[in-house]
Design a protein around this ligand. Structure first.
Ligand code: MG
Length: 167
């Protein structure tokens, strides 16, 4: 493998919880709809994990960020499925003849508890990314009660990806 053809990318996203749970805005993380009765405020479905992942891939491609590709002022993306946004980003990656080597994701949240959903979230990510599960890692941490995340005001996510390609 030619190391000169490798590209690293980093993405970060935060979404704030809505004051009240809304049935038509379920909590979706890594493409999985979670049973927890909390909603994130977002123009799209608010999937912070997929948003951080999109930004990490776009970063590795040198292709700007998610806001550039899917403006939140564009009604076309209102309520958009983040899986569809990710598909668009993966198509861009394909068009540059690059592919994923590995993905490392860190969710930063006080709530909900993600460990019961970890297996489902990993298989969803493997499916969406068309990547073997051994090449992706999902972890979660809290902020020990500090700051906005610690006050349970929202969820943050950081993602790092490594891509390889021919050029
Ligand atoms: Mg976002």
């Amino acid at each position: 493998m030619n190391v000169n053809s490798m590209r690293i990318g980093h993405g970060y996203d935060v979404h704030r919880f809505a004051n009240e749970y809304s049935e038509n805005k379920p909590l979706i993380l890594a493409g999985v709809s979670l049973p927890d009765k909390m909603s994130l405020l977002a123009h799209s479905d608010g999937d912070v994990i997929l948003h951080a992942l999109c930004d990490a891939i776009l970063g590795a491609l040198g292709a700007g960020d998610i806001g550039l590709h899917f403006p939140d002022t564009d009604p076309q993306f209102a309520g958009a499925s983040s899986g569809d946004l990710l598909k668009h980003v993966l198509a861009l990656m394909d068009s540059q003849e690059r592919y994923l080597i590995n993905v490392d994701i860190t969710v930063i949240a006080e709530v909900p508890k993600l460990s019961p959903h970890r297996v489902n979230m990993i298989s969803s990510l493997a499916y969406l990314l068309e990547l073997p599960e051994q090449q992706l890692n999902l972890k979660a941490t809290t902020t020990e009660g500090l700051g906005a995340i610690g006050r349970k005001e929202g969820i943050a996510c950081a993602a790092v990806v490594l891509l390889a390609g021919n050029a």
